[in-house]
Design a protein around this ligand. Structure first.
Ligand SMILES: Cc1ncc(COP(=O)(O)O)c(C=O)c1O
Ligand SMILES: [Zn+2]
Length: 400
């Protein structure tokens, strides 16, 4: 059989979002001139895919992805877009929990780990609230690279730690939160020549932008809004970049409003948005049941706030109670099982509809970023353990 699509690679460089410095060096993560965040800037592309509704995965869009080797892939992407009855508006859910490791991070890791291989690196590293480590460990295993993970000890959902361990990563819990772990892993990676795979890495975000491509590919048009949880703020930045590129290359006319949802106990992006700022004030002690977004100092905050302002979007903050309620509704009424952080997007939709922010004729896509099974302990806390009875028909009938 012939390959379904040929991997044509785009011409690109890295640009600093602050000083506009341009670099041809793929080994950079931040601007050597001013320390700003870098972004991959596609220069020339020769598109070799069509938006025909055939959703096959990240590498369908290889001609817009900055990788020059045969990618390290586990068939990531290609996730379903479910129509739901969640809102008054037309509400879809793009279920990223159905990626190979159970979260959207796989889209970024297939590109990021491929880049590590392309650069000849032998080891990759990340700090993680859990999903990044699970995904990185999986792709590192596939690529034959060593993987090093720093986690906030005792604050990561069990399913995620289990994945990182079984896929062979060296997993180290630190007595500090995610923000501290990220700061440490950035310094250690520098010292040990590990390839850093947190979302400060611009190549990871390239993989994640394919969420935008798949939404347009499937719907056949650009929705009015995208609603998603925001932690380190990479995904919202990546998805918006995806839409902007489609517009730049003449494939769509519009971009959607980007809505970033944060948990009340960890909402520096929301607070910055409320005050019309483009930078955040870091929170020292973030806390939420949605441990995946328990982040007080998001590295990509500036990109995310740019995406929100430029798209005419907004940020919304939801309580843990609202998150859990949304998780139950999504699971119990739509059959879509997600972890708490992902349910934040549904909680955000509900809050915005209550506030009259969303018109009934709008099409909204909520991104559910991680699978229910990632955090079984959170589920048991909410639902309780199953009841136990004697193995007798009448006993069972009594409790049906
Ligand atoms: C399930 C889940 N949702 C949302 C996020 C937040 O994504 P980002 O850090 O790109 O904002 C994460 C990050 O760890 C996650 O694991
Ligand atoms: Zn710069």
């Amino acid at each position: 059989m012939v390959t379904r699509y040929q991997l044509k690679h785009p011409e690109y460089d890295l640009r600093c979002i602050d000083c506009a410095g341009e670099y041809e060096n793929d080994a950079l993560y931040i601007c050597p001139n001013c320390g700003g965040l870098l972004e991959v800037r596609l220069k020339e592309v020769e598109l070799d895919f069509k938006f025909d509704g055939n959703i096959v995965g990240v590498w369908k869009y290889a001609s817009m992805l900055p990788v020059r080797i045969k990618p390290i892939s586990l068939n990531e992407g290609g996730t379903p877009l479910f129509e739901t009855n969640l809102g008054e508006c037309k509400a879809y859910v793009k279920h990223e929990g159905l990626n190979p490791s159970g979260s959207f991070k796989d889209r970024g890791m297939t590109v990021g780990v491929s880049k590590a291989v392309e650069l000849g690196r032998k080891a990759v590293a990340c700090a993680s609230t859990g999903n990044t480590s699970a995904s990185m460990a999986m792709y590192a295993a596939r690529a034959g690279l060593k993987a090093y993970v720093l986690l906030p000890a005792g604050k990561v959902a069990l399913g995620k730690v289990a994945q990182a361990l079984m896929h062979g990563a060296r997993v180290i819990g630190i007595k500090g939160n995610f923000d501290v772990a990220l700061d440490l892993v950035r310094r250690i990676s520098e010292l040990e020549n590990f390839y850093l795979l947190n979302s400060v890495n611009p190549f990871r975000l390239e993989g994640q932008k394919t969420i935008a491509f798949e939404i347009v590919d499937k719907l056949g048009y650009v929705p009015d809004r995208i609603i998603l949880p925001v932690g380190n703020a990479g995904n919202i930045s990546a998805i918006f970049k995806g839409f902007k590129e489609l517009k730049r290359f003449g494939m769509v006319d519009d971009v959607p409003k980007m809505v970033g949802v944060q948990a009340e106990g960890a909402n520096p992006v929301f607070k910055a948005f409320k005050e019309g700022r483009r930078d955040i004030i870091p929170e020292r002690n973030p806390e939420t049941v949605a441990t995946a977004i328990r982040i007080g100092n998001p590295v990509n905050a500036k990109k995310a706030l740019n995406a929100i302002y430029e798209s005419g979007g907004l940020s919304v903050s939801v309580s843990d109670r609202e998150i859990i309620e949304a998780q139950r509704i999504l699971a119990g009424e739509e059959g879509i099982g997600v972890e708490p952080a992902s349910a934040a997007s549904i909680a955000g939709l509900r809050k915005l509809e209550n506030d009259g922010e969303i018109a009934r004729d709008e099409t909204v896509v909520c991104i559910t970023t991680g699978h229910l099974l990632k955090d079984p302990e959170a589920v048991i806390r909410v639902c309780g353990e199953p009841i136990e009875v004697e193995a007798e028909i009448e006993e069972i009938r009594r409790v049906l």
